[in-house]
Design a binder for this molecule. Structure first.
Ligand code: SF4
Ligand code: SF4
Length: 282
């Protein structure tokens, strides 16, 4: 084959390849639009990958939000809610205006402590380990075990253990409502409530459950329904199954009538939820 033919064949291969590359470049989609948006959103996420939003990590959350903007309000990231620059970055990336007024949450612990131990507990000093031994070692089988599994996972150091009452206490000013403590509590007594709610019921004793050998702590809810009867705003719903009051925070005007009515002071204004100083210990 003469040199001229080799040049012609190589030129033809080059030309055809060039045309193919041009066509493929035009026809195949470039980076999908939603991936680009997810990358923009991810820039404004904290990068903790804590999973508290319900997604395996911050980028997975950003991808979900890029596909469905409602995710930002349905599964809010508590850290973003506390940070205006993150929030406005996400608003810009998604073309949204986010109303945070109903999204902020705070954790509350539904126990006041004080329930006494049934005996010396010698096992591993975690709530999970203690709970796996016949539900703990305290008279009230619903009570906080006080080893602070919740405090260990709290990224904001918002939980302390009250050394006098031996109960976990959440500082509402530090809590960002990420919810990590909820999954950690083997007693299931931590709940997220709207951040602007200002009242907490500090007992979890379910009067109607038939658990042999259990006892109520002397300070716990009496199930007298006086709080329920005192509320003129229908903000308390009586949970018949558990025999405890629950709140409709949208109706509560914080008049304090229920707090006054409770003979055992189990209803407390959230701002008063602070640990006793250890100095009070006997
Ligand atoms: S609230 Fe739950 S996790 Fe926290 S110390 Fe009490 S029992 Fe343990
Ligand atoms: S772990 Fe619990 S107490 Fe701590 S910031 Fe999250 S929700 Fe609040």
């Amino acid at each position: 084959m003469s040199v001229i033919w080799i040049v012609i064949i190589l030129s033809a291969i080059g030309l055809v390849s060039g045309i193919l590359i041009f066509i493929v470049n035009k026809v195949l989609p470039r980076e999908p639009e939603s991936l680009k948006r997810a990358e923009q959103v991810a820039q404004y996420l904290p990068g903790y990958n804590c999973g508290a939003c319900g997604y395996p990590g911050c980028f997975a959350y950003a991808q979900a939000a890029a596909e469905d903007k409602d995710i930002i309000t349905k599964n809010p990231c508590a850290t973003v809610l506390q940070d205006e620059s993150m929030l406005s970055g996400i608003e810009e990336a998604l073309g949204l205006e986010i109303d945070t007024s109903q999204m902020n949450k705070k954790a509350v612990v539904h126990c006041y402590g004080v329930t006494v131990p049934l005996g010396d507990y010698e096992g591993i000093k975690t709530c999970d380990a203690a709970n796996s031994l016949v539900g703990g070692f305290k008279r009230c089988s619903y009570g906080c075990l006080g080893f602070g599994d919740c405090a260990v996972v709290c990224p904001q150091d918002a939980i302390t253990i009250d050394e006098v009452r031996n109960v976990a206490v959440v500082d509402p000013d530090k809590c960002t409502g990420c919810g990590l403590c909820i999954n950690q509590c083997s007693k299931g007594i931590i709940e997220l409530v709207p951040a602007d709610s200002n009242i907490v019921f500090r007992c979890s004793y379910e009067s109607l459950k038939d658990i042999p050998g259990r006892e109520r702590c002397d300070e716990g809810c009496l199930h007298c329904r006086k709080c329920f009867k005192a509320c003129e705003h229908d903000a308390i719903i009586w949970n018949r199954e558990k025999g405890i009051p629950e709140f409709d925070f949208s109706k509560c005007i914080m008049c304090g009538e229920c707090i006054e009515a409770c003979p055992h002071n189990r209803l407390i204004e959230l701002k008063n939820v602070v640990p006793h100083k250890p100095a009070l210990k006997k």
